[in-house]
Structure formats: structure tokens, C-alpha cells
Design a protein around this ligand. Structure first.
Ligand code: MG
Length: 165
């Protein structure tokens, strides 16, 4: 039996909350009076996931892949960016074992949305839900998250592939 290679990857991201923007987290549209500001749809969770995948496979970071100076990515759906990265990850032979995610927001409270986000990630990644964990935390009223100025996300992912050669 072939030996397996394992790689771990870590990603994080933060975006500012402002009025007249949609709040999209993990590909799920969250009803709220404010949304995240960014060049793309500013989905912090998908951006952190993309960086975790790129990190695990040694392929740089999201800024190198999708520069925010590039008009092609203005207002883009981060799910499309994730699909592109997933293609490169799969092409290199890597498969996901599991991922663990944290989204931090003082408001809205994200607890009720965790199952929806988990389901959406499962669809986007073509991965069983039990391999995906989503945690929601508040900012404890401290710092930019706690003051409701921003939302942040962290993702850690474990990948494997059969030993080459
Ligand atoms: Mg980002």
C-alpha cells in the first residue's frame, strides 16, 4: 500500500463592517443591516479557507492568486475563487481530510447560521459535513471585532495525498 503524505494549512482574514454591503460568510448570505467591505464579496471565511488550502499545498496566498488591484475580481463571488484553488489542489493530488473554522463577530450572532454555513462548505468542497466544523465566537466587546467594526475568520485544514514516486 502506498504511503500517505499529510499537510496542514492555516488561513485567517478580517474585513470591516459597513452599511450598504451584503454580509456573506462561508458562501451564505446572512441577513444583517451591515456587510463586509472588500474588493470581492469580502467573504472572510472563504478567504481564510483559500489561504489554508494554499498554505497546505505550498502555493502562496490569496493575494498572489487574486490581487485586489485586478478589476476581474471586483465584487466577485469568493466561491468562484475557492473553486479555482480547489482545482489546483486536486490537480496536485491533494484531498481534504478535515477542516476547522472559527468566525468571530460581535453582531450578528452567528450561532443560528452555523449549520447553514457548514452545509454550504460541504457543497463547495464536496466533503462530508462531519469533516467540517464551524465555530462562532463573539468579540467579547473588546477590540475591533468586539466593537462590531469587523468580522474575522480562521481556518485550519488537513490534506493528504498518496506518496509520489
Ligand atoms: Mg479577504
Amino acid at each position: 500500500m502506498d504511503a500517505l503524505n499529510y499537510r496542514i494549512g492555516l488561513g485567517n482574514d478580517v474585513h470591516r463592517l459597513a452599511e450598504n454591503r451584503r454580509l456573506i460568510l462561508g458562501g451564505v448570505d446572512i441577513p444583517y443591516e451591515r456587510g463586509l467591505v472588500g474588493h470581492s464579496d469580502a467573504d472572510v471565511l472563504l478567504h481564510a479557507l483559500i489561504d489554508a488550502l494554499l498554505g497546505a499545498t505550498g502555493q502562496g496566498d490569496i493575494g498572489e492568486w487574486f490581487p485586489n488591484s485586478d478589476v476581474r475580481y471586483a465584487g466577485c463571488d469568493s466561491a468562484d475563487l475557492l473553486r479555482e484553488v480547489l482545482g489546483a489542489v486536486a490537480e496536485a493530488g491533494w484531498r481534504i481530510i478535515n477542516l476547522d473554522c472559527i468566525v468571530s463577530a460581535e453582531s450578528p450572532r452567528l450561532g443560528p447560521f452555523k449549520p447553514l454555513i457548514r452545509q454550504r462548505l460541504s457543497e463547495l468542497l464536496q466533503l462530508d459535513r462531519e469533516r467540517i466544523n464551524v465555530k462562532a465566537k463573539s468579540g467579547e466587546q473588546v477590540g475591533p471585532i468586539g466593537r462590531g467594526e469587523a468580522v474575522s475568520a480562521e481556518v485550519v485544514v488537513l490534506l493528504y495525498r498518496e506518496q509520489l514516486g
